[in-house]
Design a protein around this ligand. Sequence first.
Ligand code: GDR
Length: 324
Amino acid sequence: MTKKVALITGINGQTGSYMAELLLHKGYEVHGVLRRSSYPNTQRIDSIFDPESRKYLHYGDLSEGIDHLLIDIKPDEVYNFAAMSHVRISFDIPVYTLDINAVGVCRILEGIRKICPHTKYYQASSSEIFGSTPPPQNEDSKFHPVSPYGIAKQAGFFLTKCYRNGYNIFACNGILMNHESPRRGVNFVTRKITRLACMIKLNMIKEITLGNLDAKRDWGFAGDYVKAIYLIMQHDKPDDFVVSTGEAHTVREFAEEVFKYLRLDLYKYLKTDDICKRPLEVNALLGDSTKIRETLGWKPKIGFKELIAMMVESDLMLVAEGKV
Ligand code: GDR
């Protein structure tokens, strides 16, 4: 049997790297798109793509599109995780964010339409599109994005639907709530907290500065969420699904739990600064993922406390070894 071929944009990001591992495990030939950087940016995938298999990694950028790769690789499935993924930074660079997160989606979908219309497409949509809509949020909830990031992701969502309905392309949206792991980037709040708390524990720093402590998020494990994405792409029809744990906590609760795990008193070290806040905030995200649970039989395995334990244990090691 010939292997299925997958192309993952943003393969070196947190979710891209877990997706690559899952698809390799399932026997796919996995190709990835990365942006060129003068500093090594493949740490998350170095263990799965040895120097020999580097022929599966390709330089690319959604500002240009990936038509050359669609032509050369002819993927059965494209997973689009490439994005300017930081919500606060999207207020600093809104035009770039819209170009990559919205127009970039259109560039890929146009490529698929013209070059390989039978290729399936997964769009990493985001719960950020619910914005100010009160929780719980599901597929029928209104989209009220409040950040350039959320607005761009909403455009990506509707472009995906447009190409599905207008051109019969197997194009799906996964509307994922926040998903975390030991591989999370260090400027997202969960990893910022676990990393800095471990540095405090090891007497390397004396304080941690955060922004809005009252925001609520539905935090799941990225490793569980890529299994949901895989099921979405293997479903008998293209569709859109909310992926979430159904449990929300405040940033304060997350930080308290991390410090408790490390036997530290958070309030001896915590500072807040408006510089870590956004001009507009999404106050509360709590997903209702009944649709994917009932239609595709997905459910998350890792809960809130297990996720924290996993991230803290990993950061204790990395910080002690001077690797982060
Ligand atoms: P989010 O994740 O914006 O929800 O987007 P992030 O971890 O950045 O923020 C979560 C909440 O924490 C508050 N917060 C802080 N955030 C950061 N980054 N740094 C701080 O110091 C800090 N203090 C408080 C934020 O205000 C916010 O309320 C993530 C990204 O992965 C997106 O790409 C993805 O689409 C969504 O999750 C779902």
